[in-house]
Design a protein around this ligand. Sequence first.
Ligand code: SF4
Ligand code: SF4
Length: 107
Amino acid sequence: MAYVIDQSRCINCSWCRRECPTDTIHYFDQEVRKHKIDPQYCIDCDICARVCPMDCISHEPAVVPDAQSLAAGKMRARAWARDRRQLKLGIRAYAESQVLKIARNGS
Ligand code: SF4
Ligand code: SF4
């Protein structure tokens, strides 16, 4: 199963593309500049559908990625999760250093 975009309602805000953990939503690779999901790497996480302000992404049971592509999609998602964790840790370390600096300087 995979997700599909109803392009007639898509406003090209890119929210789905930015949040997709497998980087499988594309924009510029079509004749018409509209967002499209490459079903091969879709892991059915539902993130794109949740962030879409137009509610135009839905689950399509008839579209089924092959096992190899699905495994590749899951590997992409694991790398995405690792990167997000690193980013979060980096932001946290920076915030802590700023708090300590302010506490030391008293302002
Ligand atoms: S369901 Fe998940 S993996 Fe599939 S296109 Fe949406 S965000 Fe990407
Ligand atoms: S989040 Fe929805 S409206 Fe925005 S680009 Fe994706 S499909 Fe289109």
